[in-house]
Design a protein around this ligand. Structure first.
Ligand code: BEZ
Length: 328
């Protein structure tokens, strides 16, 4: 081969392999509603970093926290259209589209963050994600969570009767709405970024929230009564647009799945590790604390079950799984 010919062959081969690389290289966009300081956003950032490293710089992920791309309903539409690649979403938004996921919010399905972690890691819970591609246009990679729900209020809540008529901020989704309706309170749906001002200006009397958000978003500055109820877990799911997923090579799917799922699971572990410490921190703040268990909410739970047993067929098997795991 002449040296000119050899040069041309090498140049063409290099161009071909570079264009193959370029065709596969992606700058994914990942949206979420939590602020930069939240564990979910930090997990998204570390997922982005690791994906970039493991793909040897080929793939990158730009993170859009704090609802920069819209609320979760809008992000799901973008994921379905393929204009957004990935998101970390509350299961709340998923349950608005697929009521079966409402089962994960059954009151006292689990009693604490460790039981919640075990249930979310079970085959029963992860198997529910198989519904997402065909029914929602999303590929569910795995669960994260935001601990357990509590009630922070401006005036004390000593009994379930004290919830009556109170305007209680809820994340906008039906299972939590039905829980507070059954308690004869006035559930007021507000996204996370709107909660601080609503509590400060008296738009709501109380908020349904987790220890972590109460502390990092400083809600305790505006309300100093805490009902430690652990009444529900609060799962999150990491998703990829099904349209985008179809465009990825098998190798890239495997890489995205393995990398994202380990960071999602890391969120669960982090919530397990910090739960007792955060509870102690809140108890040490001079806040008025009342503790509640399922007996506190007895009639409320029965009313909730009477609606959701039919809406969410997975409820029965989730309860069985939770009971089995909790007895181990
Ligand atoms: C909430 O709506 O309360 C919430 C959403 C995401 C993370 C934590 C809390």
């Amino acid at each position: 081969m002449t040296s000119l010919k050899a040069f041309l062959v090498t140049a063409v081969a290099t161009t071909l392999s570079m264009s193959a690389l370029t065709a596969q290289a992606r700058d994914f966009r990942l949206g979420l509603i939590t602020p930069p300081a939240h564990l979910w956003t930090q997990a998204a950032e570390s997922f982005a970093e690791e994906l970039n490293e493991r793909s040897e710089g080929q793939h990158s992920v730009s993170i859009f926290p704090s609802q920069q791309l819209g609320n979760e309903a809008q992000m799901v539409q973008q994921l379905q259209a393929g204009s957004l690649d990935m998101a970390f979403l509350t299961i709340a938004e998923i349950s608005n589209r697929l009521p079966d996921f409402g089962a994960l919010y059954a009151p006292y399905l689990v009693e604490n963050v460790d039981q919640a972690a075990a249930l979310l890691r079970s085959d029963t819970a992860t198997g529910m994600l198989d519904q997402l591609p065909s029914l929602a246009g999303l590929v569910g990679i795995g669960y994260g969570m935001a601990g357990m729900r509590q009630v922070l209020s401006r005036t004390p809540i000593e009994t379930a009767q004290d919830l009556r008529g109170k305007k209680i901020r809820i994340t906008p989704f039906d299972p939590i709405r039905d829980f507070y309706l059954a308690a004869d309170s006035a559930p007021t749906p507000l996204p996370l970024p709107a909660v601080y001002d609503a509590l400060a200006n008296g738009q709501v009397d109380a908020i349904d929230m987790d220890f972590d958000s109460i502390l990092i978003l400083k809600f305790h500055e505006q309300a100093d009564n805490l009902l430690i109820s652990n009444h529900m877990m609060f799962p999150m799911v990491g998703v990829v647009s099904a349209r985008v997923w179809r465009e990825l090579s098998a190798e890239d799917r495997e890489l995205v799945e393995a990398t994202m799922s380990s960071h999602l699971d890391g969120v669960i572990t982090a919530f397990q590790q910090q739960d007792a410490e955060q509870e102690a921190e809140l108890r040490g703040m001079g806040i008025n604390i009342v503790e509640a268990d399922d007996a506190f909410f007895r009639g409320v739970i029965e009313a909730w079950e009477s609606v959701w047993a039919a809406e969410a067929p997975s409820l029965a098997v989730l309860r069985e799984t939770a009971a089995r795991l909790n007895s181990q």
